[in-house]
Design a protein around this ligand. Structure first.
Ligand code: ATP
Length: 260
C-alpha cells in the first residue's frame, strides 16, 4: 500500500501547503482526491512521486510510505522504479515527437517487456495505434491526455497518480477517459485520481478524500461521499446557493442553525 501519514509540506520555506495530511492508496483500488483550487491536491501527488524538490517544496513532518518503508525523500526516478507514476496536469507530452516515440520514452522506468506494454497501451487506446507515426502536437486535447496516460502505463506501474485528467475535455471524451481509468484499474493498477469533476471521480472510486486549505476534511467510501448532502451541494453542483467553498457550506449551515 502507498500511504502518507501526517504530512506537512512547505514551499519556499514559508507556504504551508499540507498541514498534516494522511491518505491511503490500497493496491488495486481507485481513490478520489477532491477539493477546490489551492486545497493541496497537486502537492499530495508531488509528495508521492518525488516532485516537491522541483517546485522548491519540502516535507517538514510526517512520512510517505510504500509497504511500510519511508520513501518520502526518494527521487522521482527511484519512485518510478518502485512503480509510482504521476501523470501531471496539463498533458505534458513531447509535442514535436511522434506518438510512439512519446510512448517509448515512458518505458525508461521499466525496460522489461517494452513490446508487451506498448501492445497493452495500443489495446487500451486504439486511437493512439492509428496515430502512432503522427506528431503528438497535432493530436486533439483528449488524445493528448490519452497519450500522457499511455506513456505512464509503459512502465506497467503499480500505482498511477492522475492530476485532473478530464480538465477542459468535452463530456464524451471525459466518459472515455473514465472508462479507461476503470479498465486500467481492472488490470491491477491502484489509482489516485485528483479531479474537479467530482461526480466522475466518485462514480468510479472505492474511497474518497476531500481537502480544504491543506487538510483532509472528509475521508469516506466514495458511495457515502456521493450521497453526502454537503458534497452534493458544493462539489456536484446539486442545489446550493452560490457559496464559494466547502467550508462556506458548513459555516452557512452553522449560521442557519443559530438563526433558527
Ligand atoms: P489546483 O487545482 O489549483 O492545482 P491544488 O489543490 O492542486 O489546486 P496545490 O497546487 O497543491 O493545490 O497548492 C496548495 C497550496 O500550495 C496553494 O496555496 C498554492 O498556492 C501553494 N503552492 C503550490 N505550488 C507552489 C509552489 N511551487 N510554490 C509556492 N507555493 C505553491
Amino acid at each position: 500500500m502507498l500511504s502518507i501519514q501526517n504530512l506537512e509540506v512547505v514551499y519556499d520555506d514559508v507556504v504551508l501547503a499540507l498541514r498534516g495530511v494522511s491518505l491511503d492508496i490500497p493496491d488495486g483500488k481507485i481513490v478520489a482526491l477532491l477539493g477546490a483550487n489551492g486545497a493541496g491536491k497537486s502537492t499530495v501527488l508531488r509528495s508521492l512521486s518525488g516532485l516537491l524538490d522541483v517546485h522548491d517544496g519540502e516535507i517538514r513532518k510526517g512520512a510517505v510510505t510504500l509497504d511500510g518503508t519511508d520513501v518520502g525523500r526518494h527521487k522521482p526516478s527511484a519512485l518510478a522504479g518502485l512503480g509510482i507514476k504521476h501523470v501531471l496536469e496539463g498533458r505534458r507530452i513531447f509535442k514535436e515527437m511522434t506518438v510512439e516515440e512519446n510512448l517509448r520514452i515512458g518505458a525508461h522506468a521499466n525496460r522489461k517487456d517494452i513490446a508487451g506494454n506498448l501492445a497493452r497501451v495500443y489495446e487500451l487506446f486504439p486511437k493512439l495505434l492509428e496515430r502512432r507515426a503522427q506528431t503528438a502536437g497535432y493530436l486533439s486535447g483528449g488524445e493528448q491526455q490519452m497519450l500522457a496516460i499511455g506513456r505512464a502505463l509503459m512502465s506497467a506501474p503499480r500505482y498511477l497518480l492522475l492530476d485532473e485528467p478530464s480538465l477542459g475535455l468535452a463530456p464524451l471524451i471525459v466518459a472515455q477517459i473514465r472508462d479507461i481509468i476503470v479498465e486500467i484499474n481492472a488490470q491491477g493498477t491502484g489509482i489516485l485520481l485528483v479531479e474537479q469533476n467530482a461526480s466522475m471521480a466518485l462514480s468510479i472510486a472505492d474511497h474518497g478524500y476531500v481537502m480544504e486549505t491543506g487538510r483532509v476534511v472528509m475521508d469516506r467510501p466514495a458511495k457515502e461521499l456521493l450521497a453526502d448532502e454537503d458534497v452534493r451541494e458544493f462539489y456536484l453542483g446539486l442545489g446550493g446557493e452560490g457559496r464559494s467553498s466547502f467550508r462556506d457550506v458548513k459555516h452557512y449551515k452553522r449560521r442557519k442553525r443559530w438563526a433558527s
